[in-house]
Design a protein around this ligand. Sequence first.
Ligand SMILES: [Zn+2]
Length: 451
Amino acid sequence: MPYTVHKLNDYSEETMLRAVVQFRLALKIEWFEIEQKIVNPDLTSAARQDELKKFRDRWLSRKSGQFSQINELWLKNAPADRKKSVGHLINQLKQNDLPQIEQLIEKRGFFARQSSDAILSINRIFDDEKGRKLQQETLVTQSRMNSLLQTLESLGSEELQKIAIEEFHVDLSEALEAAAKSKDLAAERLDITLPGIRRTMGAEHPVIKTMNEIIGVFRNLGYSVEEGPEIETDYYNFEALNFPPDHPARDTQDTLFIAGQESKPLRDRLLLRTHTSPVQIRTMQKMKPPVRVVCPGKVHRNDAADATHSPIFHQVEGLAVDTNITFCDLKGTLDHAMKALFGSSVKTRFYPSFFPFTEPSADVQISCIFCDGKGTRDGAPCRNCKASGWIELLGCGMVDPNVYGFVDYDATKVSGFAFGMGVERIAILKYGVDDIQLFFQGDVRFLEQFG
Ligand SMILES: [Zn+2]
């Protein structure tokens, strides 16, 4: 029969002491047992975690835990003249134990979560002379406590008092005295001059902040927001975007593929999307023109992390398809967007480029925001634009008619443009950050500057 807190028949010193000692012995013995179970490789990780949880619930559960039960069964039934001393006694128990148990459970949770193999190797590491000695001592303590528990009924008041103080640092006479002197009142007095606990406010991450700002610009132009999955098929990420089967972007050096799919046809193979363009295809599949959407999201490339590269980054792409959309609309839209993001004095220029899904395609440059497009700053060549006065910022173009074929649009009736920009790239420019890694390291000293 496992121990449970029971009502006290009377509130004599001896009864109270015996109850306290019994409570502590039971707790301690069960904890020893739990500690052994947690590092027992014969149990599965789930079973070990379950044991730890059961122990926690049994002792600490707010409703039925043994610590709540001492309040229920000892304190509530105490006669008026004993209430204070019982309360003080319970406080001693709780102050000693509760934080310590919580802490132990958290620490041991680490072991409980390990696989049996990991436990075996941890055991091997600790299986030295010191470890064995410690284990021996634990066994001795455990058996001493077990025999104490057996003989508890036969012990007198003095012996109980001795055990309570020596083993468990609980002193009944202190409780009785305290009650008499009403020390409790003084201890419970509130010192309102103590400083409070400051709760720091969270703030938007600079990347998310920038992304929302970009989205806001296009929202004001009547664009809506579309999102799509981060794990994509080759079909949506490449094929439907007019990438030929042997396009180098499919190389594993550039793209992260999900493993073990060699038996699938190429178009069904899963990968981490390398751009948010698949969302454009998905949008056109479910929507007929006119389409005006921006697609923000996380994308992945097989790049090593350095100051300008990250295997994860964010993009906002845009797509507008309607009748009679021309390159002029594209230029006007992006020129407006860049001015909205970087200030009205910013100029844009378009350079011929190539993307499989747009024709013609262009790279967009903005006049350098650091040197106002002059190429020099304080008499020295501007570092940010390599003295050219221009900064390359995004790619765009008119949607290639081949793409419409994949989504059942009539290429003879509709036309449209698409563009895409890297969010980190824009955040770097806007906030003067010199290392893209700072966005992902979670260093609060860096992040709080944007709060
Ligand atoms: Zn410059």
